[in-house]
Ligand binder design. Structure first.
Ligand code: PXG
Length: 291
C-alpha cells in the first residue's frame, strides 16, 4: 500500500506522524471520505471543495491548492492500482507544542489513504437494516457547526457505541429539540404516506452529505417530490420507507426503527429505484483515475 504523506508516497509501515501533531493531541483538523467506482473518483471536486470549506472555517491553511490536492488524490489511487476503493483524506493542524495554540503548528499534515471499506454486510443492502434512536444527542449547531467535517468524531463514536451495545448496527440521532437529524456517519431519508421524499434540512445541524445531494438530484430527475423539512421520531415510525446515505454506507434501506416496522418491513420501491439509479450513476460519473 502506498500512502500519501506530505508530498511523499510511503508504505503503511513508513507512513507515520508526530505524537505532537495537533490532529492527534486535540482532534484539530478536517477529513474527507471519497469513493472510487469503476476506476473513477466519485464527486472528487465536491469532496475537495468540502475539505477546503471545513479547513477555511477552522482557519487551517492546507499547503496545497484544490487542484494539487485533487491530483495527489488521483495519484494515490493510481499508485495502488485500485478500481473500487475508499479514500480517506486527512488534514491536521500539524506538529506543534503541548498546549492548544494552533499558531505553534507551522505546517499542516496532509495524508491520503486509498483502501477498501465495508460498513455493512452485503445482505443488508438487500434485506435492509434494523436501527434505533439513541440518547446521545447531536451537538448543537450553535456550538460546533456540524457542516465542518472535523477530526473530532467523539459524539458520532458515542452514537455507534450506544447502538452496538444494544445490538444495532446503526443509529439515528436526534438534535436537542428532538428532531431527527442523521446517522452516526450517514444522512437519513424517509418516504411519507403521500410518496414524498423527506430529509432533514441542514440548519437542524447535519453534515451536508455529498451522497445526500446526489440522491436529492436523482430523486428530482425521477419526478419525486422532495422536501428538506424537519421531522420527528413519530414521522420516522410511520414512514412508508426509510434509507441512509453516505460515502461509506452508500444507500442502505432501513426496515425497522426502535422495533417499529417501517412500511412493509422490506426495502420499498422508491428506495430500490434510487439505489439502482445511484449505482448506475456512480459507475459512469466521476474523474477517471487511469488515462
Ligand atoms: N453525516 C455524517 C455525520 C457523516 O460523517 C455523512 C453524514 C454522509 O456524508 P457523505 O458526504 O459521505 O455522503 C457522513 C460521512 C465511516 C465513515 O467510517 C463515515 C463517513 C465518512 C467517512 C467514514 O463510517 N460519513
Amino acid at each position: 500500500m502506498q500512502i500519501y504523506l506530505d508530498g511523499q508516497f510511503l508504505s503503511r509501515e513508513e507512513a507515520k506522524i508526530s505524537v505532537f501533531d495537533h490532529g492527534f493531541l486535540y482532534g484539530d483538523g478536517v477529513f474527507e471520505g471519497t469513493r472510487v467506482y469503476n476506476g473513477r473518483i466519485f464527486k472528487l471536486k465536491e469532496h475537495v471543495a468540502r475539505l477546503f470549506e471545513s479547513a477555511h472555517h477552522i482557519l487551517l491553511q492546507i499547503p496545497l491548492t484544490e487542484e494539487e490536492l485533487a491530483a495527489a488524490t488521483l495519484e494515490t489511487v493510481r499508485r495502488n492500482k485500485l478500481q473500487d476503493a475508499y479514500i480517506r483524506t486527512v488534514v491536521s493542524r500539524g506538529p506543534g507544542d503541548l498546549g492548544l495554540d494552533p499558531q505553534k503548528c507551522s505546517l499542516a499534515t496532509v495524508v491520503i489513504i486509498a483502501d477498501k471499506i465495508s460498513l455493512f454486510p452485503q445482505e443488508l443492502y438487500e434485506k435492509g437494516l434494523k436501527i434505533m434512536t439513541v440518547t446521545t444527542r447531536q451537538r448543537s449547531a450553535n456550538t460546533q457547526e456540524p457542516r465542518i467535517k472535523s477530526l473530532n468524531y467523539l459524539n458520532n463514536i458515542l452514537v455507534k457505541i450506544e447502538a452496538s451495545q444494544t445490538g444495532s448496527m446503526e443509529a439515528v440521532v436526534l438534535n436537542d429539540q428532538g428532531f431527527v437529524v442523521e446517522g452516526s456517519g450517514s444522512n437519513i431519508f424517509i418516504v411519507n404516506k403521500k410518496g414524498e421524499l423527506l430529509t432533514p434540512p441542514s440548519y437542524l445541524g447535519i453534515l451536508e452529505g455529498i451522497t445526500r445531494n446526489t440522491v436529492l438530484e436523482l430523486a428530482r430527475e425521477e419526478g419525486l417530490t422532495v422536501h428538506k423539512v424537519p421531522f420527528t421520531r413519530h414521522d420516522l415510525y410511520i414512514a412508508q420507507e426509510c434509507f441512509l446515505t453516505g460515502t461509506a454506507a452508500e444507500l442502505i434501506p432501513v426496515i425497522s426503527v426502535d422495533s417499529r416496522t417501517i412500511g412493509k418491513g422490506s426495502p420499498g420501491p422508491v428506495t430500490k429505484k434510487l439505489m439502482d439509479r445511484f449505482g448506475q450513476y456512480a459507475r459512469q460519473d466521476g474523474t477517471p483515475v487511469y488515462p
